[in-house]
Design a protein around this ligand. Structure first.
Ligand SMILES: O=c1ccn([C@@H]2O[C@H](COP(=O)(O)OP(=O)(O)O[C@H]3O[C@H](CO)[C@@H](O)[C@H](O)[C@H]3O)[C@@H](O)[C@H]2O)c(=O)[nH]1
Length: 486
C-alpha cells in the first residue's frame, strides 16, 4: 500500500441491495482517484465473492479486502453460513443489524496495528455505530445511502419533528388516517400504516434504530446514490437540515455499459428468450432480494398475469434458509407455469436484472420500488408499475408516482391490493404504447438525465470528483505500527 495515498475504509451492510451499490461506488471512487486513494473493504467470508470483480479490476495497491466473520446472533440460522439478507428470511435484517456491531473489536485491533491506518470510514446507512467508531479513532465517517434523498428527508423529518400520529375515537392509532410530513419539501402525505415502522424505529423508541439514525445525522458527510436532476429539492433540503453542504449525489452507480453488464448462464437463457419477443412487449416482475409476497398477493399477481395475456418474466423469490414453515409466504398456484408456458417465464435463480431491464423487449417493470430497482428501471427507460411492500419503498413509490409522475401505482403491500381484472388491464396497458404516454415521456427524459449525470461533466461525475478531492485532503492518522513491531 502506497504511503502517500489516503486510505479509506469501506464497510457495507451484508444485504444484497446494500453491498452492491457501495461496491459500485467504491469502483467509481477508485476510477476517479487514480492512485491518490487506497481502499480497504470489510466483508464477511461468504460475501467475499461479491468483492472479487473489484479486486480483479483494480490493482492490489488500490484495493484490498478485510475479511471478518459475521458475529453470531441467536436468530440467525447457525452452521449454514448464510451471511446476506438475500439468503435469509426478511426478519434476518434485524438480526444482522444487531449482530454486525460485534466486529468493532477486530476492527479496532486492525486499525491499531496498520502501518497506514484509514483517514475515513465510508459505511452503509445501517451502520450508524461506525460514526462512534470513527470518533474514537479521530477520523471522519461518511454515511453511504443506497436509498433516495427523498427517503432520507422524510426519515429526518419524522425523527426530528415527531409528528403525533392521528388517533381514532377509542384512542388507537388510526392507521388509515393521512399524515403530512410538513417540514419536507412538498409536504408529502402518507397513510399512517405506511409510517408505522418508521415511527416504531425512530420516533417512539429510544432503541438502536433511533441511535443509528442520530449517528447518521451527526456523521461528517452524506453520500447518496441519486442524481441532482432527480432529487435536487431533497438534496438541498438535506444540506439545510444538516447545517452543512457535505452531501454528494453520486448516482446512479450501476450503469449497463457494455463491459459492466453481469453475464451468467441463467440470464443468458432469458436474454435469448427475450430476443424472440417484439420490442417493449414484456413485463418484468421482481420484488427485490429481501421481501417476499404473501399467499394472497401471489394469487392476485398470478391471476392478473394469467388474465392479462401479456408476455412476462417473473423473478420469484423462494423461501430460503431459516424460513419458518408457518410464515405466510406465497407459493405459485398449482399449474400456473404450465398455463402460461411459452409467454411467461418464472425464474428462481439469480439473474442479471440490469441486463433484462435493458433488453429492447422489456416495456414495463412491476417493482417493489427498492431504490436500486427504481434507479435501474429509470435508467432502462421502462414504465415502472409500483407495488411497495415496506421499508423505504412507500417513499420511493410516492416519489415515482405522485412527485415525478413517471410511475403507475398498482398495489401497496396488502392494503389496496388490486383485483386481478384491474391488474390484468394495467399490465396489458403497460406494454401498449397508446397508454401512459406522459409517464413514458418523463421516464425517457429522466433516464437520459440519469446517464448524463454520470458522464464527464455530469452532476454526479462532478460530485464524485469533489468528494475525491475532499477525501484526499483528510489528515492521515498517526500509526502505532512501529510500536507494535518493537
Ligand atoms: O435476481 C436478482 C435479484 C435482484 N437483483 C438486483 O438486486 C438489487 C435489489 O435491490 P433493490 O431493488 O434496492 O431491492 P432490495 O433488495 O429489496 O433492497 C433493500 O435495500 C434497498 C436500498 O437501501 C431498499 O431501497 C429496499 O427497500 C430494501 O429492501 C437490484 O440491484 C437488482 O438489480 C438482481 O440483479 N438479480
Amino acid at each position: 500500500m502506497a504511503s502517500f495515498a489516503t486510505h479509506i475504509l469501506v464497510i457495507p451492510f451484508p444485504g444484497q441491495g446494500h453491498i452492491a451499490p457501495l461496491l459500485d461506488f467504491t469502483h467509481h471512487l477508485l476510477l476517479h482517484a487514480a492512485d491518490s486513494l487506497t481502499v480497504t473493504v470489510v466483508v464477511t467470508p461468504k460475501n467475499l465473492d461479491l468483492l472479487q470483480p473489484l479486486l480483479s479490476f483494480h490493482p492490489s495497491t488500490a484495493i484490498s479486502a478485510l475479511v471478518l466473520p459475521l458475529p453470531p446472533h441467536p436468530s440467525l440460522p447457525s452452521g449454514a453460513g448464510a451471511e446476506n439478507t438475500n439468503d435469509l428470511p426478511p426478519d434476518s435484517f434485524f438480526s444482522i443489524f444487531s449482530a454486525f456491531p460485534g466486529i468493532q473489536g477486530p476492527l479496532l485491533r486492525w486499525f491499531a496495528t496498520h502501518p497506514f491506518p484509514p483517514s475515513a470510514i465510508i459505511s452503509d446507512l445501517f451502520l450508524g455505530w461506525t460514526h462512534h467508531l470513527a470518533e474514537k479513532l479521530s477520523i471522519k465517517r461518511f454515511v453511504f445511502f443506497p436509498s433516495a434523498a427523498f427517503a432520507a428527508s422524510v426519515c429526518l423529518g419524522l425523527m426530528t419533528n415527531s409528528y403525533p400520529l392521528p388517533k381514532t375515537e377509542s384512542g388507537e392509532i388510526d392507521i388509515n388516517a393521512v399524515l403530512s410530513v410538513s417540514d419536507t419539501p412538498g409536504q408529502p402525505e402518507f397513510f399512517c400504516w405506511q409510517l408505522l415502522m418508521a415511527y416504531k424505529r425512530f420516533v417512539y423508541s429510544d432503541g438502536p434504530f433511533k441511535a443509528n439514525y442520530t449517528a447518521n445525522h451527526s456523521s461528517w458527510g452524506y453520500i447518496i446514490n441519486t442524481f441532482t436532476g432527480l432529487e435536487s429539492v431533497y438534496l438541498n433540503h438535506l444540506k439545510t437540515s444538516l447545517g452543512h453542504d457535505r452531501v454528494w449525489a453520486v448516482g446512479p452507480l450501476f450503469l449497463p455499459t457494455v463491459d459492466q453488464v453481469r453475464s451468467d448462464p441463467v440470464s443468458d437463457n432469458i436474454l435469448s428468450w427475450l430476443d424472440t419477443c417484439r420490442d417493449s412487449e414484456v413485463v418484468y416482475v421482481s420484488f427485490g432480494t429481501q421481501n417476499m409476497l404473501t399467499q394472497e398477493q401471489v394469487n392476485v399477481l398470478a391471476l392478473g398475469l394469467e388474465e392479462s395475456g401479456v408476455r412476462f418474466v417473473w423473478k420469484f423469490k423462494e423461501p430460503s434458509l431459516g424460513h419458518v414453515e408457518d410464515q405466510d409466504l406465497g407459493k405459485l398456484p398449482p399449474g400456473f407455469e404450465d398455463r402460461v408456458a411459452g409467454r411467461g417465464l418464472v425464474i428462481r435463480d439469480w439473474v442479471s436484472q440490469v441486463s433484462i431491464l435493458n433488453h429492447r423487449a422489456v416495456g414495463s417493470f412491476l417493482s417493489h420500488c427498492g431504490w436500486n430497482s427504481t434507479l435501474e428501471g429509470l435508467v432502462a427507460r421502462v414504465l415502472i408499475l409500483t407495488w411497495p411492500l415496506g421499508a423505504d419503498q412507500y417513499y420511493n413509490e410516492k416519489l415515482l408516482v405522485d412527485i415525478l409522475k413517471v410511475g403507475v401505482r398498482v398495489s401497496q403491500a396488502n392494503q389496496n391490493l388490486p383485483n386481478s381484472d384491474h391488474l390484468a388491464k394495467v399490465l396489458r396497458e403497460s406494454v401498449s404504447q397508446s397508454t401512459y404516454k406522459e409517464e413514458r415521456a418523463r421516464a425517457m427524459q429522466l433516464g437520459k438525465e440519469a446517464i448524463d449525470s454520470m458522464n464527464k461533466d455530469g452532476s454526479s461525475y462532478k460530485d464524485l470528483e469533489m468528494l475525491v478531492q475532499h477525501l484526499i485532503q483528510l489528515p492521515k492518522p498517526v500509526s502505532n505500527y512501529n510500536l507494535f513491531m518493537c
